[in-house]
Design a protein around this ligand. Structure first.
Ligand code: BGN
Length: 356
C-alpha cells in the first residue's frame, strides 16, 4: 500500500494536477460564491429542475375526493401529492373571491384539515402585516394549495398592526404566536413574511424536533443563496417549545433590520443551533416592492444587538404587552388587529456621545 502510494505521489504530474484542480476550485468559489457552487453540485444531484415548474393547483381537487368521506387513518408521513418546483408569477394579484373559489375546503379563519386522512402535523402560519393587501392576496393564492399538497392540518393567522407607528415585525410575530396557541395545540409555528412565496412544495412546513429551522435559505433577491452565514430572516419554523425556550422574539426592534439577527443570537444563547432547508429546496420568490413608509431602517439595531446577550431573557414573550382590537375569522385567514404602541424615545448614536 505504502509503496503504491509512494510511486503514485512521486510523479510530479500528480502534484501538478492536484494543485491545478485546487486552484480551479478556489477560483470557482471566488467567482460564483461558495453557496452557489455547492448548490450547483448538490442541487443538480437532488434533481430539481426549476426551468420545469408545475401549477400549484394541478389536480389538487382530485386528491380531496369525497367531502363526506370518513377518515380512519393518519395521512402518510410523506405526502404522495407533492409536485416539486412551482410556477410563481406576480402579474396581477388575484381577488380574495377567486382564491376562495379555488380553495373550497378551506374553512372560516383559514383552517384546513385533509378530508380523507388525519393530518399528521398541526401547523400555524403567522404573517405580520400592514398595508400590503395585494401581497397578502398573492401569498394566500399560492400558500393555501401549497399547504394542502403537504396534507397538513393548518391555519393562517394575519397579525395586522393598526395605526401609523413604526412597524415592528418581531412583536407582531410574538402576538401571533400567543393568539394562535389559543386556537389549537400546534406542533409547529411558521413565522412568515408577507412578500415571500415558496417555490418548491417539498419544502415542508413542519418543524425540526430539535432545532429552529430556517425555511427561506435561498431567496431570489439574494441570488438563491444565503446573504450571510447565520441569516434567519424571511420564513422560519419553530415548535412552541423552541419558541418559548428563546423567550420568543424581541419586542424592541422598531423599523427595518436586526430583529432576525437577534433571534438567531437567542437561538445560540439558549443552547440550540439553526437547521436549514437545503438551498436547492428553500427557494422563495420575493414579491417586488419599494421600501414601505413606516418601516424605515432602525438606527438603533446595532446597539440593540450588542445588548441581546444581556436582555433576551427579559425582552420577549414574558414582557409582551399589546391591545387586541379585533379577532376576526375571514374566509381565508384569521385576522388579528392589534395596537402595539410605539417606539420609545431612544438616544441616537450621535446624541449619546454628546452626553459624555
Ligand atoms: C442584514 C440585517 C437583517 C436583514 C438582512 C437581509 C442588520 C443588523 C446589522 C448588524 N441586519 O444586514 O435584519 O434581514 O440584512 O436584508 O441590519
Amino acid at each position: 500500500m505504502g509503496a503504491m502510494f509512494l510511486t503514485r505521489t512521486d510523479r510530479p504530474c500528480f502534484f501538478m494536477c492536484l494543485a491545478v484542480s485546487q486552484l480551479l476550485f478556489i477560483l470557482l468559489l471566488y467567482r460564483r460564491g461558495a453557496s452557489s457552487v455547492f448548490q450547483g453540485i448538490f442541487g443538480s444531484y437532488l434533481g430539481w429542475d426549476y426551468s420545469r415548474t408545475q401549477d400549484v393547483y394541478t389536480n389538487l381537487s382530485l386528491f380531496i375526493p369525497d367531502p363526506e368521506a370518513v377518515r380512519t387513518q393518519f395521512c402518510p408521513a410523506r405526502s404522495p401529492i407533492l409536485v416539486g418546483p412551482l410556477t410563481i408569477t406576480f402579474n396581477k394579484p388575484p381577488s380574495l373571491k377567486k382564491i376562495q373559489q379555488k380553495n373550497r375546503y378551506v374553512t372560516s379563519g383559514g383552517y384546513f384539515s385533509p378530508r380523507h386522512c388525519f393530518g399528521r402535523y398541526r401547523t400555524a402560519v403567522i404573517i405580520p402585516h400592514r398595508s400590503r393587501e395585494s401581497h397578502l392576496r398573492s401569498l394566500l393564492y399560492y400558500l393555501h394549495p401549497f399547504l394542502q399538497r403537504q396534507q397538513l392540518h393548518y391555519a393562517i393567522f394575519v397579525v395586522h398592526q393598526a395605526g401609523n407607528a413604526t412597524f415592528n415585525r418581531a412583536k407582531l410575530l410574538n402576538i401571533g404566536v400567543r393568539e394562535a396557541l389559543r386556537y389549537d395545540d400546534w406542533d409547529c409555528l411558521i413565522l412568515h413574511d408577507v412578500d415571500l412565496v415558496p417555490e418548491n412544495d417539498y419544502n415542508l412546513y413542519i418543524c425540526d424536533d430539535y432545532y429552529p429551522k430556517h425555511l427561506s435559505s435561498a431567496m431570489d433577491k439574494f441570488q438563491y443563496s444565503l446573504p450571510y452565514w447565520g441569516y434567519f430572516g424571511g420564513v422560519s419554523a419553530l415548535t412552541p417549545d423552541q419558541f418559548m425556550k428563546i423567550n420568543g422574539f424581541p419586542n424592541t426592534y422598531w423599523g427595518w433590520g436586526g430583529e432576525d439577527d437577534d433571534i438567531a443570537m437567542r437561538i445560540r444563547l439558549s443552547g440550540m443551533s439553526i437547521t436549514r432547508s437545503p438551498l436547492s429546496l428553500g427557494r422563495y420568490k420575493m414579491i417586488p416592492h419599494d421600501r414601505d413608509s413606516g418601516n424605515e431602517e432602525n438606527s438603533h439595531r446595532y446597539t440593540l444587538l450588542r445588548n441581546t446577550k444581556k436582555n433576551w431573557k427579559d425582552d420577549g414573550m414574558n414582557s409582551l404587552d399589546f391591545h387586541l382590537l379585533s379577532r376576526e375569522k375571514t374566509p381565508l385567514y384569521t385576522n388579528l388587529t392589534v395596537d402595539i404602541g410605539e417606539a420609545p424615545e431612544m438616544p441616537t448614536e450621535a446624541s449619546k456621545w454628546r452626553l459624555f
